[in-house]
Design a protein around this ligand. Structure first.
Ligand SMILES: C[S@@+](CC[C@H](N)C(=O)[O-])C[C@H]1O[C@@H](n2cnc3c(N)ncnc32)[C@H](O)[C@@H]1O
Length: 234
């Protein structure tokens, strides 16, 4: 998959993209991430990409000119058209189902805003899908873009060592869209808390049954909003 990000702060992506799973995924060619600075397309010597809002009011608004020049440049970087996503708190809320949907694309173009947001003609002209990562307002779309890159990349075949990892995660297939079962590792006893005997029994059938039940119970307790007819505890 190819992911292009349009941003005013490409340097914000350096650290998350240069370690662990995302680094390995790029090194092995499973995902290619290209950052393009919208400011490089400013038409003036001051590299100005924002201006005061018409009608008055606080803050600055991202201008359409440099943005569209940047966007048209990025589109031509690859023959694949790509699925274009505008990051905005006014968009549809991002979740695991959306991550799965996006992971099937061959190219994503993510657009991160700054300041008071985009001139409305950017939204109208792009006609793009709008995604929010939650009902709160951040200073910019860079972290939102990173959230999407991270959640989508781990679903691409070959990115996680074990293909079943993502399926077993919370919201995944095995959890029926609910929460994952509790996990334990060594030591067997830690500060008086013991690993459940069933996990030490070696009986894989019983372990699977116990995990399934535990997952249902914690979904009911902590996230009853995720319960469906399929993942309700019996
Ligand atoms: C300060 S925000 C602008 C918010 C805008 N004035 C509004 O109320 O809708 C600047 C940029 O951060 C990004 N952003 C902020 N919160 C976000 C969220 N919850 N999800 C996705 N992007 C967000 C968007 O790209 C936005 O253009």
């Amino acid at each position: 998959m190819r992911i292009d990000v349009l941003t005013l702060f490409p340097e914000m992506f350096q650290s998350p993209l240069s370690c662990s799973i995302l680094k390995r995924a790029q090194d092995s060619g499973l995902v290619e991430i290209t950052l393009t600075n919208i400011r490089d397309f400013a038409a003036n010597n001051y590299r100005k990409v924002d201006d005061k809002p018409y009608g008055g009011g606080p803050g600055m608004v991202m201008m359409p000119g440099p943005f569209f020049d940047c966007f048209e440049h990025v589109q031509k970087l690859s023959p694949q058209k790509g699925r274009v996503i505008l990051l905005t708190p006014q968009g549809q809320k991002f979740d695991q189902a959306k991550a799965v949907e996006l992971s099937a694309e061959n190219r994503l173009i993510l657009i991160a805003g700054r300041y008071e947001g985009f001139d409305e003609r950017i939204r109208i002209g792009l006609g793009a899908e709008q995604i929010s990562i939650g009902d709160y307002v951040m200073n910019g779309g860079e972290l939102a873009a990173m959230v999407i890159v991270d959640a989508v990349a781990r679903l691409l075949p070959g990115v996680l060592g074990d293909e079943d990892s993502a399926k077993n995660d919370s919201f995944g297939e095995s959890a029926g869209g609910g929460l994952e079962y509790p996990q334990y590792t060594r030591p067997e006893v830690f500060r008086g808390m013991k690993v459940p005997d069933i996990l030490l029994s070696g009986d894989h059938g019983k372990i699977a049954e116990w995990r399934h039940q535990q997952a249902l119970e914690r979904t009911q307790k902590w996230r009853p909003d995720l319960l469906t007819e399929d993942n309700k505890p019996k």
